[in-house]
Structure formats: C-alpha cells, structure tokens
Design a protein around this ligand. Structure first.
Ligand code: C2O
Ligand code: CU
Ligand code: CU
Length: 519
C-alpha cells in the first residue's frame, strides 16, 4: 500500500512536472519576433480601386467572392479566398450623398455574408449573420452613404464561421469621401501619397499553405507569425512626397498591433475608425485591435528608409495570458523607402473636423455590457432568434462595457459610431479621442461611450454588437439589437424574435450558416 502510494505520488509529481514543462516550453516558444529579420524584398501590393458603373444615378459595384491561389509567401502557392481575385478584395470608394448598390456574387463553396464594417445603414443592407448568401447566389444591397469621410472595411459575418472566412482572405476597404475631407490639404492620391495598409497575421505550413491550427493555450485563438500587408509578405513601398498618409486596418483575427516606426519618429493621427479627429494628435505609438482603423500622416526625408513596426502591445492581461495573446511579440511590417527627391507637402491642417455637438447629458439611457471570461456578453451567447436590446432611432445612449475576465476583448457595434467618454480610470487617450466603432477593453476595465443610431434595423435584420476577436465572436460573444422608431420601442421587448418559434427557427438558421462544416 505504502509502495503503491509512493508510485502514485511519483506519477502525479512526474505528470505535474511534465505539464509545467510543457507550459514552460510553450511559454518560451510562444514569443514571436521578426524584427530585423526581413529584407523587405517584395513590392507592397495596393488593393485596386474598383470603378463603379453608374446606373440611374447610382454607383454599382460588382463583387465576386471566389476561391483561388495566392502566394502568401513568394514562390509558394496557397489556396485562398478573395474578392474579384485570389486574396483580399478591391477598395470601394463613394462619397457622402451617393447611393450605392453592391452586387455580391458568392462563388465560394460555402454560404457567407458580407458586412460593411463601420457603415451607417439600415439593418437589411448591413450584411450581418442574417443576410446569408448561398453558394451561387447574389445579394444586392443598396443604400445612401450618409456619414462623414472615413476608412471602413468589408468582411464576411456568417455566424460561427467568420474567423475562417476572414482568415482565408475575404476582406477589403470601403473609403468614404465627403466635401469637408476633400477641402483639407491632406495627402489624398490613392496608392501614391495615401496608402492603405491592411495588416494581417497568418500561420503558414512549410509549403506556404494556410495553417488553421490554434495554440492550445491561446485565450484569443489563432495567432500567426507571418505578417502580410495588403496580402504581401516582407514588403516595401516607395514614396515620393514629404508627407504620406497611411490608412491602417487591423484585419487580423486576434492579433493586437502596437504600431510605430523603427527609429521612433512621431506621426500625426488624423482619423480614427469612423472619421477625422478635431485636430491631429502627435503620437509615437498607435495600438489597433482587430477591426480598428486609423489614418496617420508621416513625414519623410529624401533618400531614407524606415520600417513600420509592431511593438509589444499593452493588453492589460497577466504575464501568462499576455505571452499567449501575442503581448510579447514584435514584428517588422513594411519598409517605407523615400525617393532621393521628394515633392513638398503643405503643413498638416491643425483643425480637421468639428466635433458632433452631442454630450453625455443628451443620453436618454445607459446600457451595460458585461464581457465575461467564458466568452459571453451579459451572461448570454449569441442566439440568432433572440433580440438582446431595443434601441430608439436617433436617441443618444451611453453604452458601458466592462471586461470582467482576464482575457483580451474588444467591442464593436454595427449601424453607427461612437465617442468614448470614459476609458478605464484615466482620461480618454489621444488615439481613442475620435469617432470610433470598435474599442479594446482591457481586463478589469470599463469603457463608456456615447452612441446614436440613425437607421432602422428590424427584428429580421438586427444589428450586432460583439467582440471582434473573431474566434470569440464565432463562439457566441455577440448579441443582437434592433433600432426602431421611438414609438415602436415601447412595444417591442427583448427576447425571442416575434413570430419566430425559437426551436425550428434556430435549427433552420444554424443549418444555413453551418453549411460549410466538415472541412
Ligand atoms: Cu467587423 Cu460585426 O464586424
Ligand atoms: Cu461591423
Ligand atoms: Cu473577446
């Protein structure tokens, strides 16, 4: 008996040690750095601008979602998905006041959706999980652009498979222009002195194909060690003006980047997710969580080269979670090479946009969203047949988001944009002090923002709020809300969608969005 206990204890001890051993090895191996390892040998791809057809005064864009082959690493073809091409998609561009039609034709082997992230538009055109496009089908939403100039993006949003569809390559930019932006002396020649940078991390097999595995200790899902910018690995871009504007999008599934230049040079932040700041803010670092965008203007001297880098982000987690969430990682992203002669640029205007004259005092109510460690919001997982909030159109509200767990999360809202009024205990950091639609929420932190929705989203086409770490979103860290005329708000409650029996409906709908399973 004693001997048995002894062996038992030894066994437990050995098991425990090897478990700790595995964790310790993983801990060491989980850090990634590509700093000073790249030669920036490839020319940065610039997503092409898609010229619309003008039909009855409307701008019509044709998008084809397709599978294809792309060299995510040079010389190594990989199976990917893309829009009008094998990987990523073209940049759409329209002006405030335009009516646009986007014909989205799905040639993928799976049902998907296409969501206009950051767009202020009615729920029926939003492209969320309810607007499923079956393989072979075409979805044709139309809406009037009605918001300030901003850098938005589009990506799939099928419930349960968003992470997979984005990772395979479906995403692109949607730039909105308006006369106020056009009047400012800011760099605005697309691909020349106004350069989009879509930042994504991938995990690739030795043969260059996409690796879909996840690190078992990662609290946020798949993190890659290969960075692509606009789908280009190891890129450089040449510039020939003193000032260059970059439109930055974190189009990654889970990774948070803390952007800055290798030589520490400061730059001017001019716009956040949803548009211009009141004035430029001088920064050396700019952190972007998945789904966030920013526009910056950077100064260059003739003949110099400098790398845009991602430094270890401040995730606010403990050291173990930090390591497995990419909090210790650093990457060289793209090298900017300035020509030996640079065209002069006017100084950056010190006044950019007027702030919307809405304040906290105008808010008609406060809602609370509790992000929990088990990837629920307010204790619930996403249910396509349940409405979680009813909002009156045009009424400013305060939304208060608290991360009660220890893992990284962010929070994104469809259908409108917001202004942060409280970020943890301190003042709103400069980089978040502009129009936003996605915000990082550190463990233990409360973020309060002022939000308003100006379009209708009914019970059949509700808007979403969710964590934009795509694995969390797919696991159900998402909820649905409707936006209705003030009178109707009183009659419509939260709960099951009226007229949809929960069980048959949810079965039917999950059958729709799970149609790509089994791979
Ligand atoms: Cu960018 Cu609901 O998503
Ligand atoms: Cu969105
Ligand atoms: Cu999350």
């Amino acid at each position: 008996m004693k001997r048995f206990l002894g062996w038992g204890a030894t066994f437990v001890a050995v098991a425990a040690l090897s478990f700790i051993g595995v964790r310790a090895t993983s801990y060491v191996n989980a850090r990634t750095s590509t700093v000073d390892t790249l030669d920036f040998g490839q020319t940065l791809a610039i997503p092409p601008l898609l010229a619309p057809r003008v039909q009855d005064g409307r701008k019509v864009f044709d998008l084809r979602l397709e599978s294809g082959t792309a060299q995510l690493q040079p010389g190594k073809p990989a199976e990917t998905w893309g829009v009008n091409g094998p990987y990523l998609g073209p940049t759409l561009r329209a002006s405030r006041g335009d009516t646009v039609v986007v014909r989205v034709h799905n040639e993928l082997p799976e049902a998907t959706t296409l969501h206009w992230h950051g767009m202020h538009l009615g729920g029926a055109a939003d492209g969320g999980p309810h607007q499923v496009i079956a393989p072979g089908a075409t979805w044709e939403p139309s809406w009037r652009i009605d918001q300030p100039a901003a850098t938005l993006w589009y990506h799939p949003h099928p419930h349960g498979t968003t992470a997979d569809h984005v990772y395979r390559g479906i995403a692109g930019l949607f730039i909105i222009d308006d006369p106020a932006m056009d009047a400012l002396p800011l760099p605005n020649r697309y691909g020349v002195n106004d350069i989009p940078l879509i930042i994504q991390d991938k995990r690739l097999h030795a043969d260059g194909s996409l690796d879909f595995s996840e690190h078992s200790f990662s609290p946020t899902g798949r993190l890659g060690d290969t960075i692509l910018i606009n789908g280009t690995y190891n890129p450089h871009v040449s510039v020939r003006e003193e000032h260059v504007r970059f439109r930055l999008l974190n189009g990654s599934n889970a990774r948070v980047y803390n952007l800055g230049f290798a030589d520490g040079r400061p730059f001017d932040l001019i716009a956040t997710d949803a548009g211009l700041l009141e004035r430029p803010r001088r920064l050396q670092r700019l952190q972007l969580s998945p789904g966030e965008r920013a526009e910056i203007v950077v100064g260059f001297a003739p003949g110099e080269s400098v790398a845009l880098r991602s430094f270890p982000p401040d995730l606010g987690t403990n050291f173990f979670e930090r390591r497995f969430s990419g909090g210790d990682d650093r990457f060289d992203l793209v090298q900017i090479q300035a020509a030996t002669q640079l065209d002069p640029a006017p100084p950056i205007p010190q006044r950019l946009a007027a702030r919307e004259p809405v304040t906290e005092a105008d808010a008609t109510r406060t809602r609370r969203f509790e992000l929990a460690e088990d990837q629920t919001i307010n204790g619930q997982r996403m249910d396509m047949t349940r409405i979680d909030a009813v909002v009156a159109v045009g009424s400013p509200e305060i939304w208060e988001v608290h991360n009660g767990g220890g893992s990284p999360h962010n929070f994104h809202v469809h259908g409108g944009s917001f202004r942060i009024v409280q970020y943890g205990d301190g003042p709103v950091p400069a980089q978040l002090d502009g129009p936003k639609d996605t915000v990082y929420v550190r463990p233990g932190m409360t973020v309060r923002f002022l939000v308003r929705f100006d379009h209708i989203a009914g019970p059949d086409t509700p808007y979403m709020f969710h964590c934009h770490i795509l694995q969390h979103e797919d696991h159900g860290m998402m909820g649905q809300f409707v936006v209705v005329p003030a009178g109707a708000a009183a009659h419509l409650g939260v709960g099951p969608v009226p007229g949809s029996g929960p069980s048959p409906q949810s079965g039917h709908r999950s059958a729709t969005h799970a149609s790509g399973g089994g791979r």
